[in-house]
Design a protein around this ligand. Sequence first.
Ligand SMILES: [Zn+2]
Length: 416
Amino acid sequence: MTMRSPNKNEINNLELYLNDVYGNKCVFKAEPGEIEFIQAGIKIIVQKIVHLVLENISLTAGEEEVLLNLEEAYFPIKKKQVKTAKSSIIQVGSISEGTKNSFPDEFDIIFPIYLVKTYAGWCPRTKLLSKAYEQIKTVTTRPHTECLNHICPNETLNVTKSLHFDRYVREHGPASVLRFIYKNGLGDEKYIHVDLVPAIKITVLGDQRDWYEKFNGKYFNPKLVSLCSKIMSDKNYLEVDGRISFTESESHFMRNILSKKHSKVYRILKILINGHGDGEILNLYFRTDPHSSEKGYSSHKIKTMMFHHHHECKNPGEETIGDCVKQVLEEMCKDSNNENHTVWGTDSILQTQCLLLPYLEKLLEGLKSIQTSEDSYDYEKLRMKSVSKRYLDALKEKEYLDRDKQGNAVCSRSKL
Ligand SMILES: [Zn+2]
């Protein structure tokens, strides 16, 4: 390969390559208005389900005293000083952030049950959460009515898109998984899944920063100014499954603060690292191996690197993305002993680094050599496997060699 020194603002092979990855792997085909229809439909139907769930839960005798600082209830309550309101669902995840690299068939939706004000950032326990889980199941498994449908007739084209609730699937972590069926204008059907998660909304009284630093201790990262100050300026945060969740602030950051260019960089990085589904296969492998506590580079980890990159970007140009992709990967490679770029104390990328780091480094090397190459550009020739896929292939090869070694050992023993 012929090499040359990279010129910052020039369209080199790396720019062409990354734009092709984006065009071929990140952008997906949809009918006009299809995505908006699905998003709107899911919002309407899930909001109906949530109202049905909340209508049917209430505090057990004595629990009203537990929730002394209850500010707002989204379920029926008789206490006069408590304001009641309808719960609004909160859409989070890649679809709502505009960073999904495939058809929008998986939604993440959170719904608050009540709002409490506390000083300590701690909220007393009630049975409401488990009642919400039960009710999601009850509401969605009973013979449901046509009210869980969404239809969009288009008279000019004489076609009708539709979306309807299909069935309750299972509990998955803190989420209840619900299935919907979407029918496009041609009558083709697709499953859409929604992870529905009940939550508690909490407002911390007193100094937010003080509380936040106390809570997150040494993991607090002043470099993540925008995200952290967003979290701290927010009046509320959510508690999901007994843990503090900043998902709502993160989604806001991805939608409204991160630049369009960096959003594109993030989508490309997700493909370069996890491909379409390679990351999921790798996680499945780690989960089935009882001795392994390893995890791949999740989208959330890559997203965290983007929060960091937002402040550290050394590539001010509007047009080029190659240097951004390289810079994020360099940070990921060198950061194996540094947990400080996360705002979540427990989300260390240390363990991931042990196993996948060599493959991440290979990706970075590959991209650098594309950037300095003077060969004529050919996407098909340059196409690379994702980091997760490289690791999986190496595993397979090792297994094959091990088996081969065992085979040889048996052969040589039988000769004796
Ligand atoms: Zn950048």
